[in-house]
Ligand binder design. Structure first.
Ligand code: SF4
Length: 468
């Protein structure tokens, strides 16, 4: 597929929109602008089609080009699913938040979102519903900051995952030196009194699979945090205990004894056949047992993650997964739509297998997941999108009202500075007065991170100095 656009500044987003159509035809597309119109010429197998779209001067150039391409492609591929219209960004709710902040009423916002981006009514309602729920928490979020700690080790590789994680077979002996480097990072930044005195809202230990740490290693990590970080006023402390093959009662009890307040147990599916296919070494019974122990020892805030669109999963499989979830009654449920990522092993599957994934009726899966969340008394409270999601849908976090994760809102809506520690993590520094965000990435490779932690600290400190 070839696309030529006469305006370089819009090219990236235009290409992203084109990719979201997943067209297998060898199209040649050319777009160019005159004073009043954008022309889109599409050549396909000797046939040449020309579309001319009037430009509304009120819109940004990127939007005008995307609208022109969208209309042209939609007229050729009408069944391509685009409930988010021309939006290719990952944070749609942020757009709604910004419009609400300008005191624009909901009816006008709905009209604007439909007219500018071609977003469906259903998705606009979802955006506004989430924006409204989030608005209660934004003040607390905006005046504080959070920290993220990456534990990049996993017991095995899941086929859909693009995260740079280290398998335990190869990485076991790296965990202790990794904790040494994490300690150096935390010690350095928290020796700065200005940071120490700032209001720390939440801590998120994610991965990878943080529960790959042994009990001793977990306790050491907690000790490091207790030594350097002011934990006293932290409102939420999440620990991703993603996989039951890394957990037992003893480890869960150790986690319960720590300042962790929120646990995330992530089955992705409650179907043994699929668990095997995606590369997981545990069963549905392991998940159920792990969840029940967690409840039994007193965890009252447990999240579960699901993925819709995993290989060969039918609506019956999803229904079965959801009936397990309804029985377990977690406090929050995060429903992901499968995204086919370039760095995943899934991408190596045959084109036929990938095309088959794209035929799944994910919208129906999403609908019954939303019904299950509703049955459990949960509301949607955050949403994000990724590239190459099946059916161009989204990921939605649902929660009981008193179990909404502040960290998830903060990270998705980019309303708060999040300082990230550990390999592969990305810190985000927000400058709300300037409507600006600066990102600083830590080295991805675990070994390189361990060996170069001073360099990692120096790089991040440059931005920290500006932020404080
Ligand atoms: S999905 Fe999670 S558990 Fe699976 S490989 Fe990726 S980080 Fe590890």
């Amino acid at each position: 597929m070839i696309i030529k656009v006469d305006n370089q500044s819009v090219e990236f987003e235009v290409k992203q929109l084109l990719n979201s159509f997943h067209i297998s035809d060898e199209l040649e597309i050319e777009m160019f602008r005159s004073a009043k119109d954008i022309s889109t010429i599409i050549k396909n197998d000797g046939e040449k089609l020309c579309f001319i779209e009037k430009v509304d001067d009120g819109f940004k150039e990127t939007i005008s080009y995307k609208k022109a391409l969208f209309k042209a492609l939609k007229s050729i591929y009408p069944s391509s699913n685009h409930p988010w219209g021309i939006l290719t960004g990952i944070r749609p709710v942020k757009i709604a938040q910004d419009l609400i902040k300008k005191n624009i009423d909901y009816i006008t916002i709905k009209k604007m979102l439909n007219k500018i981006y071609y977003i469906s009514d259903e998705k606009i309602d979802l955006m506004l519903r989430i924006a409204k729920i989030q608005s209660k928490y934004l003040d607390d979020i905006e005046k504080s900051y959070s920290i993220y700690i990456s534990i990049p080790f996993c017991p095995s590789r899941c086929n859909y995952c693009s995260f740079f994680s280290c398998s335990l077979d190869k990485g076991q002996n790296l965990i202790d030196p990794y904790l040494d480097s994490l300690e150096k990072e935390l010690k350095f930044f928290y020796s700065n009194k200005v940071i120490y005195d700032k209001e720390l809202l939440s801590i998120y230990i994610g991965g990878g699979t943080p529960s790959t740490l042994s009990i001793n290693q977990f306790q050491r990590l907690i000790k490091i945090l207790q030594t350097y970080v002011p934990l006293k006023n932290v409102k939420e402390f999440t620990f991703e205990a993603g996989r039951p093959d890394t957990l037992d009662r003893e480890k869960l009890e150790a986690i319960k004894m720590s300042p962790v307040t929120r646990l995330s147990i992530n089955p992705q599916t409650m179907n043994d056949v699929t668990l095997k296919k995606i590369g997981r070494n545990h069963t549905v019974s392991d998940i159920i047992e792990c969840f029940k122990i967690s409840r039994d020892i007193g965890f009252d805030n447990i999240n579960m993650d699901l993925i819709l669109g995993l290989e060969d999963e039918s609506i019956e499989n999803i229904t079965k997964t959801l009936s397990h979830i309804k029985e377990l009654k977690p406090d929050s449920l995060t429903v992901h739509t499968l995204a086919i990522k370039k760095a995943s092993t899934l991408i190596n599957d045959s084109q036929g297998a990938l095309d088959k994934l794209r035929t799944y009726n994910i919208e129906d899966f999403m609908k019954i997941s939303a019904d299950a969340a509703d049955y459990l008394g949960m509301k949607p409270y955050y949403l994000y999108r990724q590239k190459n999601m099946l059916s161009n849908l989204e990921n939605i976090g649902y929660a009981l009202e008193d179990k909404i994760s502040l960290y998830n809102i903060a990270i998705m809506e980019e309303k708060q500075t999040i300082i990230a520690f550990g390999s592969g993590s990305v810190s985000k520094f927000t400058y709300p007065e300037e409507n600006r965000i600066e990102r600083v990435s830590n080295i991805k490779d675990v070994k390189l991170y361990i060996d170069n932690v001073e360099q990692v600290i120096a790089k991040k400190n440059k931005e920290v100095e500006k932020w404080i």
